[in-house]
Design a protein around this ligand. Sequence first.
Ligand SMILES: Nc1ncnc2c1ncn2[C@@H]1O[C@H](COP(=O)(O)OP(=O)(O)O)[C@@H](O)[C@H]1O
Ligand SMILES: N[C@@H](CCC(=O)OP(=O)(O)O)C(=O)O
Length: 378
Amino acid sequence: MSLHESTNKRIVVKIGSSSLTSRLGDISRRKLERIVDEVVSLKDEGYEVLLVSSGAVAAGYRRLGCLNRPTSLAEKQAAASIGQGLLMEAYSERFISHGYTASQILITRSDFSDRDRYHNARNTINVLLDRGIIPIVNENDTVTVERLKFGDNDTLSAKVAGLVDADQLVILSDIDGLYTEDPRKNPEAKLLRKVREITPEIEESAGEPGSAVGTGGMRSKIDAVKIAMASGISSFLGNAVTPDIIHQAVKGNARGTYFVPEKNAFNLDMKRQWIAFHSGPEGEITVSNKAKAGIDELQSLYPTGIRYVSGHFKKGSVVRIKDLDGNEIGLGVSNYSSKQLIKIKGFSLDKMTDEIGPEEAINNQDLVCHTRLAAPIL
Ligand SMILES: Nc1ncnc2c1ncn2[C@@H]1O[C@H](COP(=O)(O)OP(=O)(O)O)[C@@H](O)[C@H]1O
Ligand SMILES: N[C@@H](CCC(=O)OP(=O)(O)O)C(=O)O
């Protein structure tokens, strides 16, 4: 059962730059209108659809006076500030011609790392979807500094799919799906139709972008799928030029790759998604082997299981949890500051009094254990 109130199916569709623009660095009306028309037919059937659309830099660089897609950050940001407006204008015009309204949402990573802003974004998008609007999300390229970027819209789309509790993520690109190798390099490569697990072979097969305007290539698409899988969301990867692709993807019979998490895999709820993908850990806790076994079973972490504490963090901060070999085994929200934890580490339960604080250093509701996820997120 979905967590959002509406009973309609929610679909997040991600469209790459090459699927919206021409080789010369202009919006391709033909490509964009086909995508919009497909979204409209899903809307007509009662689906709620959110688009994550790339293309701002690709659509703007020529008007900035650049012959090719720029490589400097300032020029890319300037191009995006031109292209984003042009993209939205083209989307809005076409959606309105079908009687639908589109809205623009530009996000930066810091909007998500702050829990209040994360919830705020969710509430806003829920209002839009409930009222039949098509939100169109992109990274706010013009104001984002490199260090704090999502970087690619593939992983952004998976994070947004988790945020809105989508039923499916559809990633459209310039390729038919995930192949055993980049088919541009090896024409013998085979298309994988269904993937239930991201194996090391799949990780290795995922290469760089195929076009001059693509950003993340297959690498970032696999990262996106892992985030979706860990959140219990099925994904589809297919070619934007295949006729009726979005509709077919949703119905389950499109040419492309379906990524389906195991039914009984542990899914990250909204709070754990925030901890895992957005929070930005501020310190580290090293735990005993016994405490590690408890974390594997998703049990709370008690001070008695803590061996070392490093970094300076406040009560309520997210910390990395490591085992005695230094491997990260999970993440969690600390009920204590680093200063307090250093004092109480190793305390048995009978030493924990009401004055000290809660018995658990990390409550199991605030814990993400890497080994329990459908797909590794590191
Ligand atoms: N294993 C693989 N299977 C399919 N495509 C791959 C693979 N490895 C690398 N690629 C490349 O990834 C490209 C798609 O990524 P990208 O260029 O970033 O597209 P977009 O702009 O749609 O996000 C394909 O055109 C292909 O050349
Ligand atoms: N935010 C950037 C796109 C980033 C990106 O991931 O691009 P792509 O690989 O084409 O999906 C833009 O709008 O130009």
